[in-house]
Design a protein around this ligand. Structure first.
Ligand SMILES: CC(C)(COP(=O)(O)OP(=O)(O)OC[C@H]1O[C@@H](n2cnc3c(N)ncnc32)[C@H](O)[C@@H]1OP(=O)(O)O)[C@@H](O)C(=O)NCCC(=O)NCCS
Length: 200
């Protein structure tokens, strides 16, 4: 199966779209972070800081068919000694929920993490109530490691988070197969000026 999405570097003008996602209560309710109100100026700076910071990998998810920007994926807390990172995803355009787009974008992120960055372990923290995200991570080959009980104060009560991870060997043995049905997929990485794009 061919991926319907590609990953690219964030662009300065992306904030005009992503600011809407940041202020969406339904999206916020699925994330671990606290509620905050985001102005266009704040989001513009956040995007600019992300573009120029070499610390994390923060990429835009776009549709191959028309280039539409539908979400973001990140690798943060990168530790190149222990070769680990934490992964995050947000499909901000809700029209595209429930159609496998997040799983496809995550596969591209994992390919970049394991095949290019040489990471050994990628983790994720997901609210226990976020069934779609838990299902998506498992579809991509993540395993549950445990639960952080009452770790997040959100919307008037404590909520628990599930810790998940995928190791390089999980990914090579199961991850790609779970998603794509075989291991023959070739990922191409191209660097165009300052713009990284990842496509399958
Ligand atoms: C969570 C999120 C990334 C999922 O994106 P998506 O493109 O819908 O994900 P996918 O379609 O690849 O996979 C989701 C799976 O969960 C299923 N699902 C969705 N909502 C569900 C629900 N309420 N109950 C049970 N299953 C559900 C989907 O059917 C799909 O499973 P399938 O492929 O077997 O049909 C997206 O909803 C999102 O960005 N939400 C806001 C931010 C967020 O929660 N990010 C993750 C933080 S850890």
């Amino acid at each position: 199966m061919e991926s319907r999405v590609y990953l690219r570097a964030l662009e300065p003008e992306d904030y005009k779209i992503s600011v809407e996602w940041r202020n969406d209560d339904e999206i916020w309710s699925m994330l671990g972070g606290r509620k905050y109100f985001v102005s266009s100026a704040y989001e513009k700076k956040w995007i600019e800081d992300s573009i120029f910071s070499g610390k994390d990998v923060k990429l835009a998810i776009c549709l191959k068919e028309n280039g539409l920007y539908i979400g973001n994926v990140y690798l943060t807390d990168m530790d190149m000694v222990n070769r680990s990172a934490e992964s995050h995803i947000l499909i901000g355009n809700k029209t595209y929920w429930g159609n496998g787009y997040a799983s496809e974008a995550y596969q591209l992120l994992l390919a970049y993490a394991f095949d290019e960055l040489g990471l050994h372990r990628v983790s994720a923290l997901v609210l226990k109530s976020n069934v779609a995200s838990l299902k998506m991570h498992k579809k991509c080959g993540f395993s549950e490691e445990g639960v952080l009980r009452d770790s997040i104060w959100k919307n008037g009560k404590f909520r628990s988070q599930v810790v998940l991870s995928i190791t390089e060997s999980d990914y090579r043995e199961n991850g790609k197969t779970l998603m794509w049905g075989d291991n023959s997929l070739v990922f191409s990485l191209s660097f165009v000026s300052n713009n990284l794009s990842i496509a399958a």
